[in-house]
Design a protein around this ligand. Sequence first.
Ligand SMILES: Nc1ncnc2c1ncn2[C@@H]1O[C@H](COP(=O)(O)OP(=O)(O)OP(=O)(O)O)[C@@H](O)[C@H]1O
Ligand SMILES: [Mg+2]
Length: 257
Amino acid sequence: MSEPILEITGLNKSFGPVHVLHDVDFTVRAGEVTALVGDNGAGKSTLVKCIAGIHPIDGGEVRFNGQVAHIHGPRDAAELGIEVVYQDLALADNLDIVQNMFLGRERGGAWLLDEADMERAARETLASLSVRTVKSVRTPVSALSGGQRQTVAIAKAVLWDSKVVLLDEPTAALGVAQTRQVLDLVRRLAEQGLGVVLISHNMADVFEVADRIATLYLGRMVAEVPTRDVTHAQVVELITAGRSGELGLARPETATV
Ligand SMILES: Nc1ncnc2c1ncn2[C@@H]1O[C@H](COP(=O)(O)OP(=O)(O)OP(=O)(O)O)[C@@H](O)[C@H]1O
Ligand SMILES: [Mg+2]
């Protein structure tokens, strides 16, 4: 089993009177893909946004590489090497691939950008991820397919010496071939030693790429298990009922919101 790179313990998060995450424990390991699953509204995106510093947490501990980390904003997360690829991607349509990958972090100072340098880095990052379907890094993002956009967003996330990459439903809007590309990319990130978190509602995808599966049920982490130890049916049961045989909540009826 590989090293935990990110360890969350006892995380609580409320939005006003709504308690969304209850004492959540969650571990991300370097070199592994951890799937984060759960029904709509279970708290997956909220957990990711807490890790990314977008939502302040109400309580709990975050450890990064064994050290207690205080993430108060997206910059703190980025400094640690935590990157998130959101489902809505946040790419700028009118800019090309290079411009998107360096948006907000342009090299060469505010006045003079080293275009050749950025172009080379963008090309190398795409090549290191074995991305071959993007013909030119000067293509405007508006001219890319959904899968290619997803690829650029992932490449952008790994360009910055990332250690942990969290992907919130990266394949939700993609066709078969494009999903294939993104799943291959997810696997490759883990092979490069990153800790990868994949949020997905697609059990086939989860079982194909994930080393471990973490299930949120009504804001509670009910199971975090190696993929090989569970069946599709068990995971579906954990997602919908919070319990499956020995796994999950002892008394699901206690999990009222
Ligand atoms: N900014 C917010 N303010 C108030 N409530 C919120 C906010 N963000 C999320 N919630 C609530 O928190 C709960 C969990 O939402 P979240 O988006 O984390 O679910 P999810 O597991 O990502 O679901 P889905 O699979 O549909 O994306 C929901 O009940 C949602 O209404
Ligand atoms: Mg979500």
